[in-house]
Write a protein that binds this ligand. Structure first.
Ligand code: PEP
Ligand code: MG
Length: 753
């Protein structure tokens, strides 16, 4: 059974359209179970009916003609209950309805299984037998399993077929759902991109002249470095510090020993350059593939992209330049940062990817550049859309292919509204984040690596509220030394001086393992992470603290932040080590100063000890990403539970209040640096609670500033008061949306004004 199941699913996945997919299903299932009839009814919710879409065993001319009112008969019962129904003699069942058109009155045995996707019943798969028959448990589970696997294939085949016919028939518009990755509306023409060279197809081969192979490889790497520089300088004017970091990460990977020495040593060991490169890239990408953290896992595709680019140069292929239309929607299964950078910014109207999510590198880049994007649009048949008109709704993650006139008109109107809003936001660049009743709440940037060039967006932030130090550790093949780290930190401290820069100590751990520091844990999120790891390895911690303190000499705009704290002892121990590093440096003659030190509150235990923690340090910073994940027991990277992950959950709001109360007792400030800080809806809550500052990605700064400048603190407190009476996250969100609409700013979180 398992083997026939696998084969059927595979055949269905390869079907050209829905009709072919369903024909395969009914024929193969009927054969596998030995039934007299197998049919598929699909639910047409618009017209309130079940429609016979395919059959093997009933009259063929009934297909499309047999339409049952939604909920009628046994088909309706299976659909309504969303569970299988197995009857020896269907004719005796009270819900049985005989449909003359199909001649089905002669059948007794009945097995119906619902076809469900994302809790929605798409249709019913039905088996019938002339005689009375009780389908065995194996058969029931076989049909159920098949139906569950077919839902995705049915949706895909339906979209594929619709698109093929769309141009001629003008079929009514249905959008393809995906994930909202970057807000905005994009209308343009699809340009489909695909990987430039197939690294996996490269065979092993003995090199005739290893020295020449090594030279070819080095030249190819230099060429890619040149390409990167060109792309980076072209993109730079559109990107913030944080987003330019992607190019830095690429650069670091390109220059890493793992890549260069690894490939050269494989050439010396007897493989030609392309083969050696394939081995190196596969090994390097696998390290990232195995990481639990989505952001880091995405780096695997960066590594593969780099590999493909090097291979292209090795093969002396120069990609023919793409002629982009005036409004291009870049579409692909996996889009690389380089492919995005290849499109002149004024021509890039949108980005659509069938894979990934908002946290994938394409999503981050799109937000940084202000390009509307939808990710994970899995039903989009990429091969069929080149040159088609497309609409990307980046607010809702929706995509329309060849939109009808009504859809196009509506979205043109929304896009015009959007443009007006963007202009309005630009006008806020140099204005303070001050409420209408005069309350100032500084807005800081979250950032990681910092590019060589002076980035845009830096002027309007009050400094850096969260500098994540993990990336330089991850893209290397050994721990970076004090000098290398210092150069990195000095750069960001100088860039923002005299404004404060909050540097967080290393937050790696079970979910973000370093390639050169292996750890295997059954439960990595509850394992060796952040401060736990650095306290167990004081040599790592002290090296980093020394580098940071030395980097700040003469600037004195440094603040230190400790991640993943769950006990006061961790803070006491960390403070001892920081003081030790400080004293050692003074003894060595460095004019270092003790910086303000803060604790991240991102573990529930820390919430309840906020007061004791605040007593020990200078400030608290709430990491709402981890805090939400740990409070709600919802893995922040797991799509199956993504719906449960919600920062408006009453438990999260109460935790925030508790933290503020604890900090207030010692007159310490609280900042929020998780994603919640950059959400214009949450601004009401955080402002109302009296959070002292917010730190967010550059793309959110002006949107949040707009909300702050449009409301009073008194109003924020009123909204908070009502929010605290809500018992679920949905009610809180509705309340906040309402509040935002009332001040005319709904357009910040949805299309239109
Ligand atoms: C957080 O957990 O909210 C946070 C800011 O840290 P990170 O996202 O880096 O874990
Ligand atoms: Mg965190």
């Amino acid at each position: 059974m398992l083997e026939s199941l696998r084969r059927i699913v595979q055949e269905v996945n390869n079907a050209r359209d829905l009709e072919e997919a369903l024909t395969i299903i009914v024929r193969r299932v009927k054969g596998a179970v030995g039934a007299d009839v197998c049919s598929v009814y699909l639910n047409d919710y618009d017209n309130h009916r079940h429609v016979l879409h395919a059959t093997d065993g009933l009259r063929k001319d009934a297909v499309g003609r047999v339409r049952l009112e939604l909920g009628r008969g046994l088909i309706g019962l299976v659909s309504e209950r969303a569970e299988p129904i197995n009857l020896d003699d269907a004719a005796n069942h009270p819900r049985y309805e005989c449909i003359i058109d199909t001649g089905e009155e002669r059948y007794h045995g009945f097995l119906g299984a619902p076809i469900i996707q994302n809790r929605k019943v798409l249709g019913v798969l039905v088996l019938r037998q002339r005689e009375q028959r009780h389908f065995g448990e194996d058969e029931v589970t076989f049909v159920m399993t098949l139906a569950s696997q077919l839902a995705g294939a049915i949706t895909f085949a339906r979209t594929s077929g619709e698109l093929a016919r769309l141009q001629d028939e003008g079929i009514p518009q249905r959008f393809l759902p995906g994930l909202a990755a970057s807000p905005g509306i994009g209308i343009g023409v699809a340009v489909v991109v695909y990987p430039p060279a197939d690294l996996d197809a490269v065979p092993d081969r003995r090199p005739e002249d290893p020295a020449a192979e090594s030279e070819d490889f080095r030249r190819a790497v230099r060429n890619v470095a040149d390409d990167l520089d060109r792309f980076a300088s072209r993109t730079q004017v559109h990107l913030s510090t944080e987003d330019m970091a992607l190019f830095d990460a690429w650069r670091l990977m390109l220059e890493s020993d793992t890549l260069i020495d690894g490939t050269l040593s494989r050439i010396r060991d007897g493989n030609w350059a392309p083969g050696a490169l394939r081995e190196t890239i596969t090994e390097h990408a696998r390290v990232f593939d195995n990481m639990d953290d989505t952001y880091l896992r995405e780096r695997a595709s960066d590594v593969r992209d780099l590999g493909r680019c090097i291979l292209m140069h090795l093969q002396n292929q120069v990609a023919a330049p793409i002629q982009y239309p005036a409004q291009a929607i870049l579409v692909g299964e996996e889009i690389s940062a380089m492919q995005i950078a290849d499109v002149p910014r004024e021509k890039l109207a949108g980005i659509v990817s069938t894979t990934g999510s908002g946290s994938s590198h394409v999503g981050i880049l799109a937000r940084g550049m202000g390009v509307p994007a939808a990710m994970g649009v899995s039903d989009l048949p990429v091969g069929r859309v080149e040159g088609r008109e497309m609409v990307v709704d980046g607010y809702r993650g929706r995509v329309y292919v060849s939109p009808g006139p009504a859809v196009r008109l509506e979205y043109q109107r929304l896009a015009a509204d959007d443009a007006a809003l963007t202009n309005e936001l630009q006008a806020l660049r140099h204005l303070p984040a001050e409420t209408t009743d005069g309350y100032l709440i500084p807005l800081y940037l979250n950032t990681g690596l910092v590019s060589e060039n002076r980035p845009l967006g830096i002027e309007e932030s009050a400094g850096v509220g969260l500098y994540r130090t993990e990336l330089p550790f991850i893209v290397r093949d050994s721990f970076p030394g004090e000098a290398a780290q210092m150069a990195n930190y000095r750069h960001v401290l100088e860039l923002f001086a005299p404004r404060p820069v909050t540097i967080r100590t290393l937050d790696i751990g079970g979910d973000k393992p370093l390639p050169y520091f292996p750890m295997h844990e059954a439960n990595p999120f509850l394992g060796w992470r952040g401060i736990r790891i650095t306290l167990d390895h004081p040599e790592i911690f002290i090296t980093q603290v020394r580098a940071v303190l030395r980097a700040a000499i003469g600037l004195d705009n440094l603040q230190l932040l400790l991640p993943m704290v769950s006990t006061v002892t961790e803070v006491d121990d960390a403070l001892l080590l920081i003081r030790r590093a400080h004293d050692e440096l003074l003894e060595e003659g460095y004019q270092v100063r003790m910086p303000p030190v803060g604790v991240m509150i991102e573990v529930p235990a820390a919430v309840y000890q906020a007061e004791a923690l605040a007593r020990r340090v200078d400030f608290l910073s709430v990491g709402t990403n981890d805090l939400t994940q740990y409070l709600l027991a919802v893995d922040r990277n797991n799509p199956h539970v993504a719906k449960l992950y919600n920062e408006y959950h009453p438990a999260v709001l109460r935790a925030l209040l508790q933290i503020l109360t604890g900090a207030r007792l010692h007159g310490k400030e609280v900042s929020v640096c998780g994603e919640m800080a950059g959400d214009p809806l949450a601004t009401f809550l955080l402002l109302g609670m009296g959070v002292h500052s917010l730190s967010m990605g550059a793309g959110s700064l002006l949107r949040v500033k707009k909300v702050i400048r449009s409301i009073s603190k008194v109003r924020a407190r009123e909204v908070l008061k009502v929010a605290l009476q809500c018992e679920d996250a949905g009610s809180v969100r509705r309340l906040l949306l309402d509040a935002l609409e009332t001040v005319g700013l709904g357009g910040l979180v949805r299309p239109g004004r």
